[in-house]
Design a protein around this ligand. Sequence first.
Ligand code: GUN
Ligand code: FE
Length: 465
Amino acid sequence: EFGVIRIRHNTAIGVCMNSTESADKYGTIKFIIENCIDPYSATLEFDSTLTENNIKIIKSSDPRKTCFYFPGFIDTHIHASQYPNCGIIGDNSTLLDWLNTYTFPTEAALKHLPYASQVYYKVVSNTLRNGTTTASYFTTIDLDATKMMAKICSKLGQRAMIGKVCMDQNSPEYYIETCQESVDSLLKLINYINDELCDPLVKPIVTPRFAPSCSSDLMTEISKIAQKQSLHIQTHLSENFNEIKWVKELFPNCENYTDVYRQNGLLSRKTVLAHSIHLSNKEIDIIKQTHSGISHCPISNTTLTSGECPVKQMYLYGLDKIGLGTDVSAGYSCSILESARAAYSVSRHLSIKQNDPICKLTIKECLFLATMGGAKVLDMDQLIGSFEVGKKFDCQEIDLQSPQSTIDFFDWQVLGNSTVAKKEPQLDVQLGEFDTNEILSKWFFNGDDRNVVNVWVNGKKTSTV
Ligand code: GUN
Ligand code: FE
């Protein structure tokens, strides 16, 4: 349930590493045994026919109370192609001028393949290092560079959706395609990923940039492809007031922005709608009816002064498919943990503005959005997002006292909830007395990539960390 983070102590997780079993079993969680004495006997308890030879035991690198395993983060909206501009946005940028000044030139430059390769390697490495085990990427209109991105995700072992951006109108002459070119490139990308790359972790995603840059013809053509091949779809929705006004002018026959996508066949249970800040209840109803999901991008919504997405209110209204997106590079960070903190802050600002405490997201709700929420948005909640038998082992190992960590702990630390707080500080107070919720809170507010010591995707340890 929303905001519930289940914490298991002294737990053994068994993961299928048998490559002779069918390929889709590999990396699957076979058992979870809590409060066990040691992982070896827990494994034998699960299957007594196993022997030392066919079990590989990985123990937490340092079983202190500040080490734990957490489900890998899910970034439901990130522009890999904008990574060079990470941290460059301009003090007075808003969406439409920012696209023309910063974004389109940056994306267009990625048609140079050696440069694209450099950029894409870096962005996949950096997100993995920050604990992102699954990401839904926008690339550019360029087919070859996008194929390269798919290959890089496969090579570095990240679970990924790869979207070649489709745009055939209202775009600069140096960065536009015709409807036919767009459809052809998309079909070629889908064939490449599904039939040549053949990595079950990497999938194509149909990616109309946003309504202003897509003709109705393009949207309906690519929606037919998505429908026929049962593919995911991603786009932007209701991010900025001028954008919304423009969409109204461009599509006078549609009731609202959300209706543009509905009428053109783009809303399904596999659709990811980034931002979705300024929606009417009518629009939220459409999203609920079509079972589409929302990617909340709080950092980007702040830097571009787009607005505050009322996540908690939408959730209470019954829209429960909401996850987090970094939205690099309108979002300045590759880290979903940082986006989760921003979601926390933005919800408080909304609460101040509306004088309503209901708006506030808790730490656990933000961490839920970062994992299970994202899994739901990508329609992959049977596969990833939490540690459950039958799901894939996508995991980050966190050490709050890793060698490079900047988080400090003190033997005498007096904490909010612990019994220690009620006593005078004593010399024999040990780290072991930290309250689990306080450990989670320390990580949430002060953690970063220096605390991510290992990352597994589909049961396999990735190597960029
Ligand atoms: N709307 C259309 N394109 C973009 C983009 O690249 N970033 C953001 N944040 N919004 C968009
Ligand atoms: Fe975006």
